[in-house]
Design a protein. Structure first.
Length: 275
């Protein structure tokens, strides 16, 4: 089985999705289940985790509705809710859903020190107590901020998205690799090995990407890494099948149970997915 732990759906709106880079004009359109399903078949992907692309309660509710419409292959939703809001506990209770497995906030767009905000910290404590996980969306320079944040929430489950977006286009491994290793010392932090690593390097090659995957595997070990495509953002960088096949080739050195972990079991364990 293969579970893609990171893809997106959206009805395209330029104002809401203005973060889509200028060089990605080809994805400035709607991307819906009817688009993903044939792509999944082409890449031999069985189930998916749908991840929010906009900080909106309404968008999260829509994603959960979409998941209800495709229960056989949408395994879970990573949504957005106002974690730092005073009424976050009530909002969380009002939006509980069997397919809501985690929340995410785009800290990559926030100023330094955001993880130390008391209101955000309070909300994360509520989230951890609820049993939901948290997807960490940051850029590589923000990695040193995550460790102290996680330390304040030792019962939580955290997964770094897209390897924290290292500077692959520069071939820059340090200080990203050292910071990733430091964060990985915490057993409640996991990492997605996803197509998001190619967002700023649309002309990526296996040789340019492998050192980053190798470093993440060394840091987290085979039990705390997960496969993801980052579809449809992966489309301008070659597409979901290209990324998936590359990942399968890269993973051939893993033991069979480690391979199964990367592509399915680790996601089931982390997101507490139904069998």
């Amino acid at each position: 089985m293969t579970i893609d732990t990171h893809h997106h759906f959206w009805h395209y709106d330029a104002a809401e999705l203005g973060w889509i880079a200028d060089e990605m004009t080809s994805i400035r359109r709607d991307w819906l289940p009817a688009d993903l399903r044939p792509a999944m078949v082409s890449a031999a992907i069985d189930r998916v985790i749908t991840v929010e692309a906009r900080a909106s309660v309404e968008r999260t509710r829509w994603l959960l509705t979409v998941a209800d419409q495709h229960p056989e292959w949408i395994a879970g939703v990573v949504g957005w809710l106002p974690i730092a809001a005073d009424d976050f506990p009530a909002v969380l209770d009002a939006n509980r859903h069997p397919k809501l497995v985690a929340l995410r906030h785009a800290v990559q767009g926030q100023p330094p020190g955001f993880f130390d905000r008391p209101d955000f910290d309070r909300g994360i404590a509520t989230l951890c107590a609820s049993g939901l996980a948290y997807d960490v969306l940051i850029y590589a320079p923000q990695l040193p901020e995550v460790g102290p944040f996680v330390d304040r929430h030792p019962t939580g489950r955290f997964v770094v998205n897209h390897l924290a977006k290292p500077f692959v286009e520069r071939g820059e491994l340090e200080p990203w690799r050292t910071h990733l290793r430091e964060l990985a010392r915490r057993p409640n932090v996991w990492c997605k090995l996803s197509g998001g690593i190619t967002e700023r390097d649309l002309a990526w090659t296996p040789a340019s990407i492998r050192p980053y995957l190798d470093a993440a595997l060394e840091a987290f070990g085979p039990r705390r890494v997960m496969f993801g495509s980052n579809w449809p953002l992966s489309e301008p960088a070659g597409g979901i099948a290209l990324w998936t096949n590359f990942m399968r080739d890269w993973a051939t050195a893993l033991a069979p149970d480690e391979h199964d972990g990367l592509f399915a079991q680790n996601a089931i364990d982390f997101y507490r997915l139904a069998p």
